[in-house]
Structures are given as C-alpha cells and as structure tokens.
Design a protein around this ligand. Sequence first.
Ligand SMILES: NC(=O)c1ccc[n+]([C@@H]2O[C@H](COP(=O)([O-])OP(=O)(O)OC[C@H]3O[C@@H](n4cnc5c(N)ncnc54)[C@H](OP(=O)(O)O)[C@@H]3O)[C@@H](O)[C@H]2O)c1
Length: 247
Amino acid sequence: MKIDFTNKTVIVTGGAGGIGAAIVQLFQECNAQIIATGTNTSDLESLNQESKGKKTDYIHLDFTSNESIQKFLGHIDKRDRIDVLINNAGVNKIDSIKDVSEGDWDWINNVNLRAPFLLTRAVSKIMHNQGYGRMVNIASIFGVVSKAKRAVYSATKWGLVGFTKAVALDLAPYNILVNTVSPGFVDTELTRRILGEKEIEKLLNTIPKKRLADAKEIAKTVIFLSSDHNTYITGQNIIVDGGFTSA
Ligand SMILES: NC(=O)c1ccc[n+]([C@@H]2O[C@H](COP(=O)([O-])OP(=O)(O)OC[C@H]3O[C@@H](n4cnc5c(N)ncnc54)[C@H](OP(=O)(O)O)[C@@H]3O)[C@@H](O)[C@H]2O)c1
C-alpha cells in the first residue's frame, strides 16, 4: 500500500520539533506540500534553509498572540486548497490543582484547545468548498485516563477528543474526516526532561510494550488517517500507547 500526498497541501502546527517534526518528515517522504508552524523565528529560518527542495514552508505562529493567529489565518485564507490539517501543538505544566494559576489555565487552554478550534473553523470552510479534507488532532492518553498534577492538561485533551467527535459529525457529509490520535509516553526530549531517567524506568514496567513510543509510530498513524486510504474512519480517538490504557 503506497501513501502519496502529491498535489496535497498539509498544515502541521508545532511542526518544528518533537512529534510534529516526525509528522512533517513523513509527509515530506510522501511528497506533500507542507506548511509547518513554530514559535522560534531563528529556528524557523534554519529549518527553511535546511528543507529547500522538500516543499515545506516553516511559518511563525504563536497561539498565545492574537496578532500572530490573525496573521496566520490571513495566510491560510489566500490558499486555494488545504487538504489536511494536523493540530499538533500542545503544552503541559505539571502542578497540583492547589497550585494551578489562572495564567497557566489560560495558556494551556489557548494552545491545546482554543487554537485547534480557531484553525479547524477556518480550514473547515476551505475544505467544505473543495469537498474534501482530513483533520487529525493530537490529544493524549490523558484525554482518556488521567494522573495527579495533570488537571489542566487533561481537561484540554478530554475537551479535544469531544471537540473532534462533534466536528466529525458536522463535516462528514462533505467528505471531511476528523479524528484524534492520542499518544502514550513518547520518547521526546520533553518527556525525558519532565519525567527524568528514574521515573521513566518505573514507567516502563506499567507499559505492556515495556518501552516508550517512537515519535515515528505516532506519525505513521497520523499519516494513515490523513490519507486517501482512510475513507470511513471519522470521529474516532486512536490511542497509540503500547497497551498502557488497556492494562
Ligand atoms: N511527548 C509525549 O509523550 C506526548 C504524549 C501525549 C501527547 N503529546 C502531545 O503531542 C503534541 C506534541 O508534543 P511533543 O511531545 O512533540 O512536545 P514538544 O516537542 O514540546 O512540542 C510541542 C509543540 O507545540 C508547539 N507550541 C508550544 N507552544 C506553542 C504556542 N504558544 N504556539 C504555537 N505552538 C506552540 C511547539 O512549537 P515550538 O517548538 O516552535 O515552540 C512544539 O512544536 C502535543 O499536543 C502534546 O500534548 C505528547
């Protein structure tokens, strides 16, 4: 089975690092035209240099800035087609509910939930007009189960799973399929920094596959759901967690 995105335009938010970068790389291998977003202007400049010939534009987009969001939405509006939207950008701060500030609540909600809403609304109009689209929202196992000190993160990811289901129902008649992919513990710099080596050792015993996920394993699932091979899956939450939430 060959997956090909020739002549398809794909948006990946948070595409400059971590899971987003793995998603961008697979789309590049499948010949997509890619708009990848990031917040660090100098990183984006380097990525634009490095990716010459790979049909990828790295564009600045900071979901904590309304000005940045409006600029990006203006950019999207000028595009003839958007075939695929991947809402991947996300943030987390680990805190007991006693200590969560309203500022952190707003920040995490703005990036994890309000941003996918704004992009989905804008892109759904374009997809509706062209009668085709695929959207994948990156949630988390903490949108299915939870853990202490994840109240805000969990609220946004459960919200994203519910949002996805409702949007899928709105858009199914127009050949637009909308799903969530929920990663378990992925071997990224962020995971290693937040959890530390000792915590990861303990964690491995609770994962039936006895290892962290590789970001590519998340990306492969995203690519399938975004492709023409997905013709009937919509409103679903595909959990890629090595069996963690089944145990
Ligand atoms: N790693 C895991 O184990 C894991 C597990 C379950 C779910 N997830 C989810 O997977 C997604 C990707 O996470 P990751 O692990 O790859 O972490 P990451 O490396 O920290 O990536 C997060 C991405 O979000 C972007 N981002 C952060 N703040 C932003 C803002 N204000 N505006 C726009 N973009 C912003 C970042 O862009 P810049 O780098 O350019 O700032 C970055 O590309 C997230 O939604 C996360 O919740 C991760």
